[in-house]
Design a protein around this ligand. Structure first.
Ligand code: ZN
Length: 466
């Protein structure tokens, strides 16, 4: 069997090793940690001056929102009228991008955003996809047109994708349909039918899997939520849902059901194996229920601080053994390690202490790195993210330049903590998916074409929806 030995100066896989490489089988899985002497038949790829890490998992992305980056940082007209700008006024701006995107534009945007993810060391993206219909709100001839476009975009740049097909049935409890959401809406029957068709279309495609994502309690009534959950569990699909990002969302849920969103999920048996996106405004008891149910939480701190959502209590989650992972969500920034460090930094600001997450799950650096890697893979229903040879995991990894000025001085002892608290995207050099390099020394073979296409879509958007 053909084997490849990737030989960096430092290899991080739970602990840092020096002078040891990652031996990868022909099938793209990790075979062993080895040296050229212990793997004499292997092709050796020297990664001199670099450290090799498990690939970062981006468990929550809405690719098209990249188009909207920085376009609503100031006061909006609606915000001025309301007296303040919030998540809700931002959302109105976001709908302009949602209405604008054609399948061709979606492809170009997604290729740029997925390339940016690769360049940030991300090896898998969980694409929480709710933009289903044509711009006038009617389904495309193939209702999975845009989902399949996103999959094709991911395949063309080489990133692993879990397409989390979202269900979005209504604007909210007692609310009329919102025109900005017309591309999201499907009936329950249509949703389940289209999810099933997408499962068939994506079956056996390498590095593509499918999950189910009821958008939120706001957008999916409880009875439908229960049926979607049962459908997904029967097929062993990961289930993701936005939950308690905003207090208004909790209040609307209490008004409709007499429970908070988390309690509603727990009481209806929908919490097991589910990944909760955000989970900011929850009580201690609700975090305890989450921990008991074995649910993951996907925290998106760079988006949450951008939107003014609130602060995720990462210390409570860690204490209760809840696996936390990260997502780039609105694409305000694409930097999973920044998300990891913000989990700690946000707590430092409000508690006026340091080292808050240290010692709960071992040292702070390895803990946050595990959140950024292995727990992201598990939230997406994948075996990966730790590069452990006995687990049959794919060799999804990235390398960082030990001579990059942001990373200079990182050594075996400090490697994980340096990666979490200091590693800048500029240091990321190579990315491999299933043992194949897709980014080499910071470059991708299609980067110029991807840039050109993206700039054209962005300028069209600026003209049509300024
Ligand atoms: Zn989201």
């Amino acid at each position: 069997m053909e084997q490849t030995l990737y030989l960096p100066d430092l290899l991080y896989a739970g602990i840092a090793r020096e002078g040891i490489g990652l031996l990868v089988n022909e099938d793209g899985n990790v075979a062993a940690y080895a040296t050229p002497e212990s793997a004499p038949g292997a092709t050796v790829v020297r990664l001199t001056g670099k450290a090799l890490f498990p690939g970062l998992a981006n468990a929550h992305s809405h690719a098209f929102q990249r188009l909207f980056r920085t376009r609503a940082e100031g006061r909006t007209a609606l915000g001025r009228a309301n007296g303040s700008d919030t998540f809700w006024t931002w959302r109105e701006q976001m709908y302009r991008a949602a209405v604008f995107v054609s399948p061709e534009a979606m492809y170009d945007i997604a290729r740029a955003v997925y390339l940016e993810m690769l360049a940030s060391g991300i090896t898998v993206v969980g694409e929480f996809h709710y933009l289903h219909n044509s711009p006038d709100g009617t389904p495309y001839a193939d209702p999975n047109e845009l989902a399949l476009t996103l999959i094709r975009a991911a395949q063309s740049v080489g990133i692993r994708i879990v397409l989390l097909r979202s269900a979005y049935l209504r604007a909210g409890f007692n609310l009329p349909p919102h025109p900005g959401q017309r591309r999201f809406y499907e009936t329950e029957d249509a949703y389940l039918h289209n999810l099933d068709a997408l499962l068939s279309a994506a079956a056996n495609q390498p590095q593509v899997t499918i999950g189910s994502a009821p958008h939120s309690i706001r957008a999916v009534p409880l009875d439908t939520l229960k049926r979607i959950y049962a459908f997904a569990r029967d097929r062993n699909l990961p289930v993701h849902i936005h939950l308690s990002e905003q207090l208004a969302e909790n209040e609307a849920c209490i008004a409709e059901y007499g429970h908070t969103p988390l309690t509603l999920l727990a009481e209806n048996g929908i919490l097991h194996h589910t990944t909760l996106i955000h989970a900011i405004h929850m009580t201690e008891t609700e975090f305890e229920q989450t921990g008991r149910a074995g649910a993951h939480i996907c925290s998106c701190p760079t988006t949450e601080r951008n939107l003014g959502d609130g602060i995720f209590p990462a210390d409570t989650a860690a204490r209760l053994g809840i696996p936390v992972c990260y997502g780039t969500d609105s694409q305000a920034q694409i930097d999973i390690l920044e998300d990891a460090r913000q989990n700690e930094y946000h707590l430092r600001i409000i508690q006026r202490q340091r080292g808050i997450l240290d010692g709960i799950h071992g040292e702070i650096g390895p803990h946050l790195l595990r959140c950024a890697t292995a727990w992201g893979y598990s939230a997406l229903g994948l075996n990966g993210g730790s590069l452990h040879p006995t687990l049959g995991q794919p060799a999804d990894f990235f390398t960082a330049d030990l001579n990059d000025l942001a990373f200079l001085g990182a050594d075996k002892r400090s490697l994980a903590t340096q990666a979490v608290f200091a590693l800048s995207r500029s240091a990321i050099r190579d990315v491999a998916i299933a043992g194949k390099l897709v980014l080499v020394d910071g470059h991708h073979p299609q980067e110029e074409a991807i840039r050109t296409r993206y700039k054209s879509v962005q300028s069209q958007f600026a003209q049509e929806a300024p």
